[in-house]
Write a protein that binds this ligand. Sequence first.
Ligand code: DC
Length: 210
Amino acid sequence: MIIAIDGPAGTGKSTIAKMLAEKLNITFLNSGGFYRTLTMAVLDAGVDYKDEKATLEFCKKQKIEYTKEGHFILNGTDVTAHLHDDRITANTSQVSAIVEIRHLVNDLMREITKSLSIVCEGRDMTTVVFPNAEVKVYLDASAEVRAQRRFDQGVSDMTFEEIKAAIEKRDEMDKNKKEGSLKIAKDALYIDTSNLTIDNVCAIIEKQIS
Ligand code: DC
């Protein structure tokens, strides 16, 4: 079974997908983490991602492993704890906009999850990567609410206003990608999470599964 969840940053996708995967005892797939891991590799190596060809060639040589616990191993090192650093968050949309890099990541994710039951989340899980998913959900919330959630997580050094502006910039980039742009799939259940708790959202999705 594939449960696919898409939506913009700060809608609770990862927390919800992880909780559902634990409850159902199936694999959690965090697609943004693959793009974040590649972005870290690109930045650390000083590769200029505006040079798409060079970036793709570099990314092809990186070894990414994804553990059962949802950790990302880049060339043998567990990088999970640093994937939400501001410098990675600020540059991942640009790296993930490179079409060939999307194909690389999509192939890797499909390979890792083939013959597994999964709960996956991202921007194009319901539309591009797993269009035949049995359950499709689109999570949404206002930019104000999403920025407040990120601010409350305390993982960023930015002010609330800076976080809100960064979220709006990422929304814009994520919705305008050549491929894999953020869209609401026709057959997805749309949930506005602005006034819902994580448990409320999980309960709505669980109802959809049963
Ligand atoms: O979900 P996240 O915030 O960890 O995603 C990080 C970035 O990766 C985000 O800017 C959009 C991009 N992304 C994407 O393009 N496609 C996905 N399926 C998941 C994430």
